[in-house]
Design a protein around this ligand. Sequence first.
Ligand code: NAP
Length: 511
Amino acid sequence: MTTNDVEIAIIGAGFSGLGAAIKLRQNGVDDFIVLDRGQDFGGTWRDNTYPGAACDVPSQLYSYSFAKNPAWSRSYSHQPEIHRYINDVAAEHGIGAKTRFRTEVTNAAWSEDDQRWIIDIETDGTPGQVRAHTLIGGVGPLCEPNLPDIEGIDGFGGKIVHSARWDADYDFAGKRVAVIGTGASAIQLVPEVAKVAAHLDVYQRTAPWIVPRTERAYSGAEHWAFRNIPGYQSALRGLVYAANEATAFGLTYSPRALKPVELVCRANIARGIRDKALRAKATPKFQVGCKRILRSNDWYPALDRDNVDLVTDGIDRITATGVVTKDGTARDVDVIVVATGFHVTDSPVFGKIVGADGRSLAQVWDEIGMQGYKGSFVHGFPNLMLMIGPSTGLGHTSMVYMIESQLNYLVDYVKTVRREGITRTEVTEDAQREFNAGIQHNLRNSVWVNGGCASWYKDANGNITTLWPGFTFNFRRATRKFDIAAYRVERGASPVRALPTADETPAGAGV
Ligand code: NAP
């Protein structure tokens, strides 16, 4: 069995893990390894290849600030272009040579004796081990598909495919299709599959609020300006950021301010659906913003197609040949697409990360709920930094902004550890408790708490542990510097080298 000793191990080669690798390297830290179970970079943008997969955050905001992309073809990017972008950035920074693909982390446990994370891996099925002073969890909250627990699903005789594990070889042409779910993934794939399917039944449990998607191709003049006018793309990015940030006010502090958004959504329904009864079925019954606000121009026209039925009677069971709803109606299909989201607050990954007292993140969070400090550190898990950890999700703007905020924190943490010869860093219970009390306080008037919906933002106890309540620039400010006072640190014979010119190296992540 091979064993690697490194200063830092990064799990995940998506936006967070890659960003961490680049920022570490730019700051003189080269003793790291990136582990990823996939074939290349991209994380969720590599895994979600269903037809129509695209980003609902504007392209200008959906890139690293240090690797802006003047070549985006459209104002909202589609999955293949984002996947390509991430791989191009990785190549530009030479991160491929530091990355071990097709490598699954099967367990990662903190060893007090070694003051190291002992990380068990399997590369193409071959076991190995990595020992690291610091572990960075960059697996993302949307990586483990959630298969619905519906009676009989295992006995279905046709094909079942999850939206996040698309089978490109399966031909939907002429097939009878059931799609379970009407979330962000379903509203993108249904219009595409409906174009070729013989018939498509959409099983809707909760209708989502959907604004129009103002997507367009960039003109040649715009591309010229992105490339040749200094500061033009940064200024545009800043404008888009500011415009999006305004929504945070309504979501967090004053849901009534979202009324205009609701009117836009209602107009979208009226424009897209001719049939009055269908319009009523597609109209949500909770406050806009409580679940993620979606973007689409073709979802409602797709529901209005002659070969598409919107089924709102709950699913009772799945048989060998199709889906039976609670009213007893059986609808036979060839294929069932489950667009039922991800294990977010109950990810199986949490069971594989074991802290100082031998309990896993899953065990600890089962007791206290999914919580940490500044979305990054968790009491009981020394030298572990989570990217997009608890309380960092957003409903209104780009997660890349949050990731880059955490990258500032990471770089300052690593610099501090090196400078001060710190061997063990653990956020204190008090600091974590106080931070989470602040989060819950900020959530109290939010639409997520008061909007009358169930959502994946909530954990099993009904608490919102996934979202950052408020403006993202406050998160940026909170993570600008590593605030060592919130941590219990131990110093010793430092396992890591001191940075040669620690304070002169570039940290900054911008908008
Ligand atoms: P999702 O938003 O969690 O939607 C899951 C859907 O499946 C919901 O409609 C849910 O109904 C339904 N569902 C779940 N279990 C069910 C069951 N047992 N029976 C019937 N229906 C069931 O998942 P997603 O669409 O994959 O999106 C997840 C997240 O990924 C999004 O919120 C977004 O953050 C991200 N995403 C982003 C983009 C993008 O454009 N950037 C695209 C895709 C995904 P209920 O609503 O009633 O629970």
